[in-house]
Ligand binder design. Structure first.
Ligand code: HPA
Length: 309
């Protein structure tokens, strides 16, 4: 039979059937098959376009776009050409994947991420991240813009994400089959790579704060009362992304690291009113410095043996 036209190739079913005792039934299985096929097609396209996978993939959040200019020998592909990737409608994000190297480290940079507030679905990045993992990427390095909850961390500050709070308590793994969905989040942000990043900041005399990132669904900004509550919970920064992608990456088996750029104080902590435009403006003002640290960090990852070989 030619190419299983209209029907599904047997190998897709084989993958979903791995744990028959865990299956919820045919509905779940049927929902998985087209997604698995899109991931397989995407991985093939990535292999054909770029060859072997880089060890590191980076999601460029608002204010971090300048980092893409640091990629040497860069080749680009639009998300539209990658069936498992979803384009984003957010201003300041580019829906393209750039692959090349910074120093001796090969890297794939995702110009944009699908946010939960665009659709209500927090698994918008699932196809992209699973494709990158299946291609061979080992580390997901996330960047974002965030509101600061701490007076000692003003706009322009950089924060290394050491932990997160999933405030909406939504999961991109709802509906996933098998026991792998019960992901251990005890050390979601990779301890070895956190130590590596701290050392780099110290060596370069870059002021790098550390803290807990809280995911707020958005797209509206928070109220002052919400910000007071989040700070009391132990959050240090608030933003509308990153947490679903960390969960997806850990589920897939990738290591995760994250950097937040403070673009404003949380609502009620300063007299300024919050707008996306003001956030982008502040991100642009301090984004060059952040992008340079990101580029140096990526380059330094070439010296981390556990990411290579
Ligand atoms: N709240 C939520 N998301 C954000 C903020 C904020 O104050 N700043 C940048 N992204």
């Amino acid at each position: 039979m030619p190419q299983h036209q209209g029907a599904l190739a047997p190998e897709h079913f084989a993958q979903v059937k791995e744990e028959p005792a865990q299956r919820a039934g045919d509905t779940e299985q049927n929902a998985q098959a087209p997604r698995l096929r899109a991931i397989e097609d995407t991985v093939r396209k990535l292999q054909n376009t770029f060859g072997q996978a880089p060890e590191v993939a980076v999601i460029l959040g608002s204010g971090w776009a300048a980092a893409a200019a640091q990629v040497q020998d860069a080749q680009r592909i639009a998300y539209a050409e990658l069936p498992a990737f979803q384009a984003t409608s957010v201003e300041g994000h580019v829906s393209a994947l750039t692959v090349g190297r910074i120093g001796n480290q090969r890297v794939a940079m995702l110009g944009g991420r699908k946010h939960t507030y665009e659709t209500g679905d927090c698994s918008g990045m699932a196809g992209a991240l699973r494709s990158l993992h299946n291609w061979g990427v080992k580390l997901l390095l996330q960047t974002n813009a965030a509101g600061s909850l701490r007076p000692h961390m003003p706009p322009g500050s950089l924060m290394l994400i050491t932990d997160h709070i999933n405030a909406p308590q939504h999961s991109p793994l709802v509906g996933e089959p098998g026991n792998a969905r019960f992901v251990d989040m005890g050390a979601a942000y990779d301890p070895e790579l956190l130590a590596h990043t701290r050392q780099l900041a110290l060596a370069q005399q870059v002021a790098l704060h550390e803290g807990t990132y809280l995911w707020a669904l958005g797209p509206q900004f928070e109220t002052p009362a919400e910000i007071r509550m989040f700070a009391a919970w132990g959050a240090d920064a608030v933003g509308m992304s990153t947490v679903p992608e960390t969960i997806l990456a850990r589920h897939a088996g990738m290591r995760v690291l994250g950097l937040s750029l403070m673009t404003n104080m949380g609502a009620g902590l300063s007299t300024e009113s919050l707008t996306h435009a003001a956030t982008l403006q502040q991100a642009q003002a301090s984004g060059g410095y952040a992008a340079q640290f990101l580029a140096d960090l990526i380059s330094s990852l070439a010296d981390v043996p556990s990411l290579h070989g």
